[in-house]
Design a protein around this ligand. Structure first.
Ligand SMILES: *Cc1c(COP(=O)(O)O)cnc(C)c1O
Length: 390
């Protein structure tokens, strides 16, 4: 008999009942070090006092009205995001895949309003992940995500990730935009080299097409900059954000330049919950902390420490691990044994990691992780690896 919860997930047999900073406490009292952060969501760990305060203050005042009316908390967060980034304007969603929907609609509407309605095609890359909505799966294009789901949303051209020669011939007079994650997350923590992001920006400028970045996983301080594209010294025209921006409350956003957003006038898009007072209050509290230069400097310092320790871990277990890659506190360990075995061995040693494609284990700890916790986490991973080698 089917379970009362639709069985679309392969769940680990763990039930967490409480979170404290970098720690998750299971129902039997076991304390796990959380290097997954709900897949890069809990950027400030669990039950951060500033976020709990922002949420409960707002919950006591007002939960929901509607985008029929002014939502001051939305205005405040949008102002913060605009002040801190390339963007001139922000639309709030509840998730990453809804941000993908709007990014695609916005790019197509832009060209429609420019009198070029045939420019609808969006170039994407193998190994990418843009969520599970119809646009999201069509954008990623992999058989794993699309098979059986009928006619896909048309207008996506899929290129091999890293195949530079494929790009030029793929751009036609139908091309509206290029969509890429600066660091592939689900694909196995694969950063796009700065030079390549610069190259994509140049191609977009040259051919007059839009650059859409999906920073749903790599954004919000994860790589040690507020947004990952800052490392390459470029800016997108449109950017998708979610996961970390709500610190655990469902919140997403599309950031855009005034030019790229110019087709999106009143009535062209909307959401019942998107930008609700609760989410935006928490998002503002997240931004206040994560956008501080000192906070980001500390993320970079800790990222250096974790990376160095992981290099040591890989060297100590050459039969289990192959290499470390990633950016900031978005790190992946490519494995020689099945990565699911490493994740399970981590569970047995009270440390949480997340599997990804390309046989990679993801480490996406809260950005607030302490030096002591980094040391303890790597010690637990060391025990996990030893149990696999034995
Ligand atoms: C998680 C993710 C999404 C989808 O976000 P949801 O909130 O699950 O819809 C899209 N893009 C990237 C890069 C992601 O990591």
């Amino acid at each position: 008999m089917i379970s009362s919860v639709l069985p679309t997930y392969n769940r680990a047999p763990l039930t967490f009942v409480k979170g404290e900073g970098t720690w998750l406490i299971e129902e039997d009292g076991r304390r796990f070090l959380d290097l997954g952060a709900g897949i890069a969501v809990n950027v400030l760990g669990h039950a951060h006092p500033a976020l709990t305060q922002a949420l409960t203050d707002q919950a006591n005042a007002l939960w929901h009205t509607s985008n029929l009316y002014n939502i001051p908390q939305q205005q405040t967060l949008a102002d913060k995001l605009v002040a801190a980034t390339f963007a001139d304007t922000v639309f709030f969603t509840n998730s990453g895949t809804e941000a993908c929907e709007l990014a695609v609609k916005m790019a197509r509407k832009y060209w429609f309003e420019k009198g070029q309605p045939d420019k609808t095609d969006i170039i994407t890359f193998s190994g990418s992940f843009h969520g599970r909505s119809s646009a999201g799966i069509a954008a990623a294009g992999s058989e794993k995500m699309t098979k059986g789901f009928g006619p896909l949303l048309p207008g996506f051209t899929h290129l091999e990730f890293g195949d530079h020669d494929a790009l030029d011939p793929a751009i036609t007079d139908k091309t509206a935009a290029i969509l890429i994650e600066p660091v592939q997350g689900e694909g196995g923590i694969i950063p796009v080299p700065d030079q390549c992001l610069k190259g994509l920006r140049d191609v977009c400028d040259e051919k007059g097409i839009l650059l859409i970045l999906d920073e749903v996983q790599c954004g919000v301080g994860r790589t040690g900059k507020l947004f990952a594209h800052e490392w390459a010294g470029i800016t997108p025209d449109i950017m998708m954000v979610a996961k970390g921006i709500g610190g655990g409350f469902p919140l997403g956003a599309v950031l855009a330049t005034e030019e790229a957003a110019s087709g999106m006038t009143a009535g062209t898009h909307g959401s019942t919950y998107g930008g609700n007072p609760l989410g935006c209050s928490v998002g503002s509290a997240v931004m206040d902390i994560v956008s501080e230069p000192d906070f980001l400097a500390d993320v970079n310092r800790k990222a250096g420490t974790l990376r160095q320790k992981l290099e040591g871990l890989v060297a100590a277990h050459p039969d289990v691990f192959e290499s470390v890659r990633g950016s900031g506190l978005m790190l992946g360990i490519k494995c020689k044994v099945p990565c699911g075995d490493v994740v399970n061995a981590g569970y047995a040693n009270d440390v949480i990691t997340v599997p990804a494609a390309d046989n990679t284990v993801r480490l996406l700890p809260p950005l607030s992780i302490s030096d002591e916790e980094i040391g303890e986490a790597v010690a637990r991973l060391d025990n996990a690896a030893a149990s696999l080698a034995a």
